[in-house]
Design a protein around this ligand. Structure first.
Ligand SMILES: Cc1cc2nc3c(=O)[nH]c(=O)nc-3n(C[C@H](O)[C@H](O)[C@H](O)COP(=O)(O)OP(=O)(O)OC[C@H]3O[C@@H](n4cnc5c(N)ncnc54)[C@H](O)[C@@H]3O)c2cc1C
Length: 433
């Protein structure tokens, strides 16, 4: 830190930048937030020879939503209620480039991520959409998939190119048939988010282009005399960083920091606090199918190869909702993985009971972990309202104003796609996603 309390930021040497004459010199770059979006942006810039300072309030990268989520790499099936197909199309494109983009940052280790058993989509008796309506959506997704993979030989879905993405099927005996009006077998998978986090933490630690500042909470970004000043606090006291360009990849706190930087914030955003339970499965369910119940306030079971499962049951999992610019401080502890033992066992009990009613045997699982994540999305009403904007995830990407880049990743699936867009914006060559 210098005499004015400003942390010096490494400068990108011009000779290291791409020789494209249209490309602007990126200058001093600071990335706020070390989730998949921020880490991806930093590693993408590093791969282009740009030095980056990466700032996070936590002690390690990928300690929040990018760790504490379901890990599903979407193909677009879940967004069947967005009739425009825009949300499904974006998820599909994110899914088909997920492994490839990750490989650009962590090499062939991207091929080693553990994958779940494939998902069944189970149509609840009171689903917002009927099995026929869902079939029509899935057929449209498949048509997009077929066109994309035909056009681009580099695309794959977590290392494979499945011949078919879905099939209408009789309800598998693993599930309670009387709970559902239909079922689909799909090629959709989830990845192991612990493995993802561990690989990306190693990549950050070993990059000579990325300087990670842990324990640095960002309070504001201020523009003065042609520079951007990032201000915050840490256990060591207040700090300030001067930068030519700032990437805001804070997700849960993105809107609040955008406001301090003078960016207008669109109305209609909602933060939801969603819990998850990681359980150890009884022996008879260790190879069982993963499942997503559609379409409404239902849940998921993700069967992972290490004998554990991710469990979610929306009516019990969704425990916070706010239209404020940032989530309340009370959400912070569960989003860091700190949940009091009695609360954790109460939540786990509710999940196991509710899921066992349609996935018999789940109640015999042991509880390994209970934690939560804050989800930012557009929406004024919940997912059981067919008109809710929560059924659309197409308002994602980068908004750039004079070197300040606000990044909305939408989902884990699309975060790498959007991180590459953020890095391109920093290089002065904005790309569409
Ligand atoms: C329960 C749950 C299940 C989900 N399931 C899926 C799924 O199956 N598939 C899918 O595609 N998506 C899923 N998602 C969404 C997905 O997790 C997120 O879209 C994605 O992880 C966002 O990545 P991110 O890097 O933008 O955010 P984060 O991972 O949250 O990273 C933001 C970073 O910013 C830091 N930060 C925030 N504020 C400050 C501050 N003021 N100062 C300093 N640092 C700060 C945080 O500590 C954090 O490290 C799920 C989310 C949840 C919560």
């Amino acid at each position: 830190m210098d005499a004015e309390g400003i942390i010096p930021v490494a400068f990108a040497r011009p000779g290291l930048c791409d020789s494209d004459s249209l490309m602007m010199h990126p200058g001093k770059v600071v990335v706020l937030g070390a989730g998949l979006t921020g880490v991806g942006t930093a590693l993408e810039l590093a791969a282009r020879g740009v030095h980056v300072t990466l700032v996070d309030r936590d002690e390690r990268p990928l300690n929040r939503a990018s760790l504490r989520n379901e890990g599903k790499i979407h193909l677009g099936f879940l967004y069947a209620n967005d009739g425009s197909l825009a949300s499904a199309d974006l998820q599909l494109r994110g899914g088909l480039r997920f492994r490839q983009l990750l490989a650009g940052w962590i090499g062939t280790a991207a091929n080693t991520l553990q994958r779940s058993t494939p998902f069944w989509y189970l149509v609840a008796n009171d689903s917002l959409l009927s099995p026929d309506e869902l079939s029509a959506h899935y057929a449209s997704v498949e048509a997009l998939y077929t066109a994309y993979v035909k056009e681009d030989a580099a695309l794959d879905y977590l290392g494979d190119r499945p011949r078919r993405l879905w099939l209408r099927a009789d309800i598998d005996p693993f599930f309670r048939a009387d709970r559902f009006q239909g079922a689909f077998r799909t090629a959709e998978l989830a990845i192991d988010t612990d493995g993802l986090a561990s690989l990306l933490r190693d990549a950050v630690a070993s990059s000579s282009y990325v300087r990670f500042l842990p324990g640095h909470r960002v309070h504001a970004v201020d523009r003065r005399h042609g520079l951007l000043y990032v201000e915050g606090s840490s256990p060591g006291g207040a700090w300030k960083i001067a930068a030519d360009q700032v990437v805001n990849a804070l997700w849960g706190q993105r809107l609040a920091i955008d406001r301090t930087a003078g960016l207008p914030v669109d109305p209609g955003w909602v933060h939801r606090l969603k819990y998850r339970v990681i359980a150890s499965l009884p022996a008879q369910l260790r190879q069982a199918p993963s499942a997503t119940v559609v379409l409404g306030r239902y849940g998921d079971v993700v069967v992972r190869p290490n004998g554990t499962a991710y469990l979610s049951w929306y009516p019990s999992a969704m425990r916070g909702w706010t239209h404020e610019l940032a989530p309340p401080p009370a959400w912070d502890a569960p989003c860091r993985g700190e949940v009091a033992a009695d609360e954790a066992s109460g939540i786990a009990r509710e999940f196991l009971r509710a899921i066992d009613a349609w996935y018999p045997g789940i109640a015999e699982s042991g509880v390994v972990q209970v934690d939560a994540g804050a989800i930012l999305a557009q929406g004024r009403t919940d997912v059981d309202d067919p008109a809710s904007a929560l059924h659309q995830r197409s308002r994602i990407g980068v908004v750039s104003v004079d070197g300040y880049h606000s990044v909305e990743p939408g989902k884990l699936t699309t975060a790498p796609l959007v991180a590459v867009q953020a890095a391109a914006s920093v290089m002065g060559i904005p790309v569409a996603i």
